[in-house]
Design a protein around this ligand. Structure first.
Ligand code: TYM
Length: 334
């Protein structure tokens, strides 16, 4: 039997993936695929909490899958599937809902944020979003969950639900899962406008998507907020400048970053040059993924096959957990 640690993570099918998704989540998926038992999925039920229109859903799910594969996930090593194809997740979600309190759900930061963004659609699915996410993780009894900083609170809630279940039913069915980023702090990839993080829906000109054309990438980077530069050596960086450096550290060679760090420190940095360099390095990073994803997206037969195999493996793992859960809860009548 496979004794490696179990890893689960997912990305919502709410649009094209961006650099935040890549560096917050996907980069770790890639680093983990050789050494762990990995389940990576497309969170299409979670997408419905904020995107009730399903006309584009199937295309979005295929696109995320194509982007997973284009980034380098290998279906021979990891299990890839769409959340809605695993009914055991919904079953566990129902059971965990009895252990989740309205008060704690209402206090969740993501619930408050999304409620502010969609005041006309504050539905029960949005309120119980963390319970569904806990079910995604717990259904495979995962211990490591590679995610960005914005998901940390959801992981804390998942640990609470796992503990509560074990305590209430007196059996250690669930281990406690932790957000994971290879010994480093969880990542928050900043947006290009100097305000907040990159996100799929907010300010599209400040977000670099994995399917942006080369000229669009250059244009977005050149528009990033800067100023006249430091007036004296050894100045502190304003946030929006630190953000640019942070983006550069993700995609540029260390020597390149060092040159601009020194120029800033000596108060003779030219932000135009820095942004030109960053734009080129972003193009070099994004364009091969974009092209591969586009090819893969057309190959529906291959995508279906990957999903079919992944679904089977994921359901086998999920069914084994549900059987333990039902035994622990005495939900066995025959
Ligand atoms: P989603 O689709 O919002 O984001 C997917 C992943 O991308 C990370 N991320 C970022 N990381 C760093 N900087 C950013 N600017 C940035 N923007 C997004 C997110 O942290 C996430 O890791 N709730 C999840 C989906 C989910 C899930 C799960 C994840 C559902 N069930 C179970 C792990 C395990 C979400 O909203 O993803």
């Amino acid at each position: 039997m496979d004794k490696r640690e179990i890893v689960v993570s997912g990305i919502r099918s709410t649009g094209v993936l961006h650099l935040g998704n890549y560096f917050g989540a996907m980069r770790n998926y890639l680093r983990m695929q050789d050494d762990f038992t990995c389940f990576f999925f497309i969170a299409d039920w979670h997408a419905l909490t904020t995107h009730p229109d399903t006309k584009e859903l199937s295309a979005s799910v295929h696109r995320v899958l194509a982007e997973y594969l284009a980034s380098g996930l290998d279906p021979a090593k990891v299990t890839l599937y769409a959340q809605s194809e695993i009914p055991e997740i919904a079953e566990l979600y129902l059971l965990l809902n009895m252990l989740a309190y309205k008060g704690e759900l209402e206090k969740t930061a993501s619930f408050k944020d999304k409620g502010r963004q969609h005041p006309e659609n504050i539905n029960a699915g949005l309120l119980t979003y963390p319970v569904l996410m806990a079910s995604d993780i717990m259904v495979h009894r995962a211990v490591k969950v590679p995610v960005g900083k914005d998901q940390e609170q959801h992981l804390e809630m998942t640990r609470n639900f796992a503990q509560r279940f074990n305590h209430r039913y007196g059996v250690d069915v669930f281990p406690e899962p932790y957000a994971f980023n290879f010994g480093e702090n969880l990542l928050k990839v900043p947006s290009l406008d100097g305000a907040g993080k990159m996100s799929k829906s907010e300010n599209q000109m400040a977000t670099l998507y994995l399917n942006d054309e080369d000229d669009m990438i250059r244009k977005k980077v050149m528009k990033a907020k800067t100023d006249g530069g430091p007036t004296e050596p050894h100045s502190a960086k304003p946030d929006y400048i630190e953000n640019l450096f942070q983006l550069m550290r993700l995609v540029s060679a260390p020597d390149t970053v060092r040159v601009f760090e020194e120029a800033f420190d000596q108060a003779n940095i030219r932000y135009g040059d820095m942004k030109k360099q960053l734009g080129e390095d972003m193009v070099r990073f994004i364009s091969p993924i974009r092209e591969k994803a586009r090819d893969l997206e057309k190959n529906k037969e291959y995508l279906h096959r990957v999903m079919e195999e992944g679904t089977q493996k994921a359901r086998a793992s999920a069914a084994a957990t549900l059987s333990e859960v039902k035994k622990a809860m005495h939900l066995n009548y025959r």
